[in-house]
Design a protein around this ligand. Structure first.
Ligand SMILES: NC(=O)c1ccc[n+]([C@@H]2O[C@H](COP(=O)([O-])OP(=O)(O)OC[C@H]3O[C@@H](n4cnc5c(N)ncnc54)[C@H](O)[C@@H]3O)[C@@H](O)[C@H]2O)c1
Length: 266
């Protein structure tokens, strides 16, 4: 994948899609900084990978706090000398019927999912531009940012207004950042997962009919695995995607292309 020796930060890397991204980057020879608020899990993931001989470390960072994000970039530079790749996986969902969403829930969701993506992307981009300006951007490419959107950027549910708004924002933000950074050669793309088997989607199985409904609308007939999203994120970050910027790639088992005039597969 031509990523060997690069330095990646993965937010939300303690578990789920972020953890799969951290593991996959490490397997590609990338030095990885895992950033999360789940410190004991994040430290354990970093330790496991380090024990396997990979260059991985954990840094506590709440992505919605500007100072934490600033310190995260500084920690990556101190540990590995540079930042080539930023993957923004940190995210939350709180399912609440629209009429009952309170301001705190709405603000928290937007703060972590959307503002967190903005803070991390901007801080990483500033570091990438500094590297380019100092003639140190030449490790194969000027840098790449991968955000995590969702099919909920397009598909709505009545109890996910804050989440859907945040993910629509992430896809739109991704386009804006891509255009802003194009002159520097820094590429910015999003992955838009369908339903992926992680802690975030675990309540599907307990909701009556939830899993069957999702599967009936998923042409590939199964949930996705975190590793399948990591594969897309790693590919987008690599030079194999050298002419892609500003896109959201939907890795969703065919959910977005499905014409809903088709009867559900039950
Ligand atoms: N699982 C799905 O079906 C699905 C579908 C579409 C999009 N996504 C998106 O993928 C991303 C990862 O989701 P996941 O399924 O792996 O969820 P997850 O709950 O398994 O992992 C999310 C991680 O983000 C961390 N996190 C939460 N708030 C944080 C903060 N303020 N600062 C730093 N880290 C924080 C958590 O501690 C956790 O490690 C999210 O942005 C989510 O919206 C997930």
């Amino acid at each position: 994948m031509l990523l060997n020796g690069k330095v990646a930060i993965v937010t939300g890397g303690a578990q789920g899609i972020g953890r799969a991204c951290a593991e996959r980057f490490a397997a590609e020879g990338v030095k990885v900084v895992i950033a999360d608020v789940a410190d004991s899990i994040g430290n354990a993931v970093a330790k496991n990978l380090s024990d396997d001989g990979q260059a991985v470390r954990y840094v506590h960072a709440n992505v919605s706090e500007r100072l934490d994000v600033h310190n995260l970039i500084a920690a990556a530079v101190e540990a590995y000398g540079r930042v080539d790749i930023m993957v923004t996986c940190a995210g939350i969902i709180e399912s609440v019927p629209f009429l009952e969403i309170d301001e705190d829930t709405f603000d928290r969701t937007l703060r972590i999912n959307l503002k967190g993506t903005f803070l991390c992307a901007q801080a990483a981009a500033k570091q990438m531009v500094r590297q380019l300006d100092s003639g140190d951007g030449a490790l194969g490419s000027p840098g790449s940012i991968v955000t995590i959107s969702s099919i909920n950027a397009w598909f709505e549910l009545p109890d996910s207004a804050a989440y859907a708004a945040s993910k629509g924002g992430v896809s739109q933000l991704t386009k804006s950042i891509a255009i802003a950074l194009a002159d520097h050669g820094i590429r910015v793309n999003a992955v838009g997962p369908g339903t992926i088997e992680t802690a975030m989607s675990s309540d599907l199985a307990t909701k009556s009919g939830g899993l069957d409904t999702v599967l009936s609308r998923t042409p590939l007939g199964r949930l996705g695995q975190p590793e399948e999203i990591a594969a897309v994120a790693v590919w987008l970050a690599s030079e194999q995607a050298s002419y892609l910027t500003g896109q959201t790639i939907y890795a969703d088992g065919g959910r977005m292309p499905l014409n809903l005039a088709m009867p559900p597969k039950i």
